[in-house]
Design a protein around this ligand. Structure first.
Ligand SMILES: [Zn+2]
Length: 409
């Protein structure tokens, strides 16, 4: 547990101007209030007020000239404000449909240690969660500590997830869940809210969040969406989903289920889906991108194969990715007209497969959106790769966006 006198976790409700100041201090910068005013464009009095609030919350500290850190760029001894280094760690335990990732991550996004493991065919939530907790213990052991000593645990979950409930589609009648057997199988292991179990085991404040939401926050704060307040993030490689950042905040929607892109209807008369609807992206394209390409290749295709084929310029793979991009573009064009995001950022794990995907999406979006909106909408590959969810796990607390259901132990 954190000692009681340790700086409090970044609080809820950080304002836009506070975020500007925090962003200016990233990367170990030490800036005076006057320099912060010049960097952010905010009046000095506003910066002073913000600095006082952030100091009070323990998010920044006063840095004096003799404490060793060099001033950014000019080499003179530094004096001013800098981000608080609590020395603490976040325990990030991120599940996708295929993979467990566990990491000890510093509040500044530095990875102290991490472990990865395939979920394999295991469909028992308790066992999969236990494996995740063991990986977490291994990662923390490498730092000379234990997950119980972390400031906070964040669990990323690969499903339509309602805080305090768990996987919502698991609450549906069996008939609906088994309509698309390959999808029902995917969700087999994730059912109930993992927060009570992880809180019990680690004894530290714990929260759970949808994996696409975490990755969206990761890319927004430390990746391709840095400096943007309105983005749509698309997860594609280890499951399909979306995360929405609106006005600089994660948009969870009324029940925390915003961004369930896999269940946007693309074929009105399409196959029934486990969510109870029909013709969803998930039911039409299957749970994984590579399942679309399987019929065209003699060997069973993995996504790693597709990425390699795309890198080698394979025409078939490029066409599959472009068609998929068009399908997603059609589903997202209306959303973009309504929300006018600055960018759509696509899963950084796509690698070379991102280029044809984004070209297909560009085509579909340009056909369906007013020119002026389409032209200002950037379509970008993510840059954080498989670290996006784990960096989002830090960002969710760092930017004061923990869900209300976070346990406090
Ligand atoms: Zn569905």
């Amino acid at each position: 547990m954190r000692p009681p006198d340790a700086p409090v976790l970044p609080s809820y409700g950080t304002t836009g101007n506070e975020r500007l100041v925090l962003a200016a201090l990233r990367g170990g910068a030490v800036l005076s209030r006057a320099e912060l005013s010049a960097t952010t464009g905010l009046p000095k009095t506003t910066v002073t007020g913000i600095a006082n609030r952030l100091l009070q919350r323990g998010m920044v500290v006063e840095h004096t000239a003799d404490s060793g850190r060099q001033h950014r760029g000019r080499g003179r001894p530094a004096s001013g404000l800098t981000l608080a280094d609590t020395g603490g760690l976040v325990a990030a335990l991120c599940f996708s449909h295929t993979t467990i990732r566990a990491a000890a991550v510093g509040w500044d996004g530095t990875f102290a240690a991490s472990r990865t493991s395939d979920i394999g065919k295991d469909r028992d939530q308790q066992r999969v969660l236990d494996r995740g907790l063991r990986l977490l213990a291994e990662a923390f052991a490498e730092t000379g500590s234990t997950p119980e000593q972390a400031d906070l645990a964040v669990v990323g979950v690969p499903a339509a997830f309602e805080q305090g409930v768990g996987a919502v589609f698991d609450q549906l009648p069996d008939a609906a869940r088994t309509a698309v057997p390959e999808l029902a199988k995917l969700f087999g292991w994730f059912r109930s809210d993992p927060v009570p179990i992880v809180t019990e085991r680690l004894g530290i404040p714990t929260t759970a969040e949808n994996y696409a939401n975490l990755a969206a926050l990761g890319e927004a704060t430390a990746g391709a969406g840095r400096g943007m307040d309105d983005i749509i993030y698309i997860k594609l490689v280890e499951g399909v989903g979306a995360g929405l950042i609106l006005g600089g905040r994660l948009h969870r929607g009324a029940r925390g289920l915003a961004g369930e892109l896999a269940h946007v209807q693309v074929l009105p008369d399409g196959r029934s889906c486990l969510c109870g609807s029909r013709g969803c992206l998930a039911a039409t394209y299957g749970g994984f991108v590579e399942s679309i390409g399987r019929s065209a290749y003699p060997e069973p295709l993995t996504f790693a194969d597709m990425r390699e084929l795309a890198t080698a310029g394979d025409v078939g793979t490029r066409r599959i990715m472009a068609d998929l991009g068009r399908g997603f573009g059609r589903a997202l064009a209306d959303v973009c007209v309504m929300l006018s995001p600055e960018a759509i950022i696509v899963d950084g794990m796509l690698g070379a497969a991102a280029e044809p995907f984004l070209a297909g999406m560009r085509d579909a979006i340009d056909r369906r959106m007013p020119n002026v909106l389409a032209q200002s909408l950037q379509l970008l590959p993510g840059v954080l790769g498989e670290r996006a969810d784990m960096l989002g796990a830090v960002a969710i607390a760092r930017t004061g966006q923990l869900p209300a259901a976070t346990s406090t132990r």
